[in-house]
Design a binder for this molecule. Structure first.
Ligand code: SF4
Ligand code: SF4
Length: 311
């Protein structure tokens, strides 16, 4: 078991981490692996809380991890209200989700963005701390991985988790995708840009607030499902594609319906009047299972993987 000490400790002995993304970004999968590594490999304990699930695809979601040395009393598993570390999968969530609420002094913030740390500081109105930015979406596209891998890599590096321990855990967790995931991991650590900000009178520490949800039994759909588009709390046109969304060519589609079979996300494949008409990027999580099953005919293939965007 490697020697390891947590980078922050609150009054109860915990380092509090908040990960914020959209459903389908893989924040929960990354957080679960991080928690597993902490407990199984680094002799830590803690609490875990996540709002996630296929019904949340495309809507803001978060994962809260509280880590402590083994032997520390763990009295609650609910979400942290005072993060020491914040991992943001989409910079649009910073304002809409009020992600500066409850951030402690000298916090560490990691953001998937093409903006600079100074720009993110302005957006977040950060009191003080370190900001790391990286284009995790681009890294995921280049390595054919998912954006949660670069984000996990940068969080583990900031926590001081030994890289070899994390990489071994990633390889064991997703053996078939290990080459892509480890390539994304390595790129992330080398490509992050960071800056440290001293306390600024313009940006005071912001107290956590209790969020009351507009969703309840009175406006739920039959069966208790939540309509993600109705309750999306960032405007739907602003919800970006979740990274890798297949390219669909209507003229090449035979409307065979095969792509519906493996698709895990209700609403991702839009079907109208017995015809497939589009991929909805708000719901699609970019797993490419539809691309795999879509038949190639003499005319071509209706669903293909996206080309890497030219920047
Ligand atoms: S599998 Fe391909 S051809 Fe068949 S409906 Fe889907 S997109 Fe169209
Ligand atoms: S199967 Fe295709 S449409 Fe469905 S989530 Fe995966 S990539 Fe998106």
């Amino acid at each position: 078991m490697p020697d390891y000490a947590l980078p922050y400790q609150d009054d109860l002995g915990f380092t509090n981490i908040l990960m914020s993304g959209l459903g389908g970004d893989g924040a929960n999968m990354a957080a679960k692996l991080l928690f597993k590594i902490a407990v199984e490999k680094l002799n830590l304990d803690g609490g875990y809380d996540a709002k996630y699930g296929s019904e949340k695809t495309g809507t803001p979601t978060d994962v809260s991890i509280r880590l402590c040395p083994l032997g520390t009393p763990v009295r609650e598993s609910g979400p942290t209200r005072r993060p020491h570390m914040l991992s943001v999968f989409r910079d649009k969530l910073i304002a809409s989700q009020g992600l500066n609420r409850g951030l402690q002094a000298s916090t560490t913030v990691m953001v998937n963005t093409s903006r600079s740390p100074a720009e993110i500081r302005e957006l977040l109105k950060l009191h003080s701390g370190r900001i790391l930015t990286l284009d995790a979406t681009r890294i995921a596209l280049e390595t054919k991985s998912r954006m949660n891998m670069p984000m996990l890599a940068i969080l583990c590096a900031q926590l001081g988790f030994p890289a070899e321990v994390v990489k071994a855990a990633i390889a064991a967790q997703w053996p078939r995708a290990q080459a892509a995931n480890l390539a994304a991991f390595d790129q992330a650590v080398g490509q992050a840009t960071s800056a440290t900000f001293e306390p600024d009178a313009a940006y005071p520490l912001v107290e956590p607030t209790t969020i009351t949800s507009p969703i309840g039994f009175a406006n739920m759909l039959n069966g208790g499902a939540i309509d993600a588009l109705t309750h999306l709390n960032i405007p739907a046109p602003d919800a970006e594609p979740l990274g890798r969304v297949p390219v669909f060519t209507l003229e090449l589609c035979s409307h065979c319906g095969l792509c519906l079979v493996p698709c895990p996300e209700p609403g991702a494949i839009v079907w109208n009047d017995k015809k497939m008409v589009a991929i909805n990027p708000v719901y699609c999580k970019g797993c490419m299972q539809c691309v795999e099953i879509c038949p190639t005919t003499k005319r071509g293939k209706a669903l293909v993987e996206p080309e890497l965007a030219v920047v």
